[in-house]
Design a protein around this ligand. Structure first.
Ligand code: ADP
Ligand code: MG
Length: 234
């Protein structure tokens, strides 16, 4: 199991009181599996990803990344583990305006201290995998919204993460472009064997996932088991 959250509770400060964003949430995501989480705004979806990414420590419960328990790790150790293990795709691509698509990806490898020459080759390979082989030299303002989100996705894969966490990647896209980005996430999950959690408010995207769950009022409930075989025997 590449990502496991067990009995995780997270509260945020809320005036004099505390607001429960995650209420005893348990979630297991195997490698090569796409888990989609739907739920209304404010239900705790981004909080779930932030805890899974070890960006926020929960009040209680445990997070296991790629077999390693995160309990008891220092901030520095968590940063290392996150860089090696987790790719994060936030809602907004947050690309750097002055860099080309390829350079957006290469920066990730530089942060991680990897060989810059190899990074260039890997960046081009990943841009090709997301359908942007011809756009490697373009800057964000020369790309469409859908293309920018593809660069964002390719960038998250740069360090070959075992765990891919994707937060509402289609909120700024029309339905057709959104569906194409979701299809791409599903394909990359299978090809690269990532344990992927895709947060979305659009139930139309659930059909692409291996497993689905719903967040409501900080609680996570499975919606269905693994998908039935594509061809039914009766
Ligand atoms: P979603 O992604 O489903 O919209 P969030 O995880 O962002 O939900 O938020 C869950 C709840 O936690 C909401 O009520 C939100 O207002 C609250 N919340 C999220 N982040 C913080 C924060 N940093 N401080 C205080 N409250 C927060
Ligand atoms: Mg959110």
């Amino acid at each position: 199991m590449s990502l496991r959250l067990t009995d995780v509770t997270l509260t945020h400060p809320d005036g004099a009181a505390r607001l429960t964003a995650l209420d005893r949430v348990t979630l297991e995501v195997p490698r090569g599996g796409l888990t989609a989480v739907v739920g209304p705004s404010g239900s705790g979806k981004s909080s779930l990803l932030a805890v899974a990414a070890t960006l926020i420590r929960p009040d209680s419960g445990t997070v296991t990344l790629d077999g390693a328990s995160t309990a008891g790790l220092t901030r520095g150790e968590l940063t290392d583990l996150r860089r090696r293990t987790v790719g994060i795709v936030f809602q907004q691509p947050n690309l750097l305006p002055s860099l080309t698509a390829a350079e957006q990806l290469q920066v990730m490898a530089r942060l991680d201290g990897r060989d810059p020459a190899k990074a260039r080759g890997r960046a081009l390979e990943l841009l090709d995998a997301v359908g942007l082989a011809g756009e490697a030299g373009r800057r964000p303002h020369q790309l469409s919204g859908g293309q920018r989100q593809r660069v964002n996705l390719a960038r998250a894969l740069m360090n070959d993460p075992r765990v891919l966490l994707v937060d509402e990647p289609t909120s700024a896209l029309d339905h057709a472009r959104g569906a194409a980005v979701i299809g791409l996430i599903a394909r990359l999950t299978r090809e690269r064997g990532t344990a992927t959690v895709l947060v979305t408010h659009d139930r139309a995207h659930l059909a692409t996932a291996d497993r689905t769950a719903e967040m409501r009022d900080a609680r996570l409930t499975p919606l269905a088991g693994p998908r039935p075989p594509a061809v039914a025997g009766w």
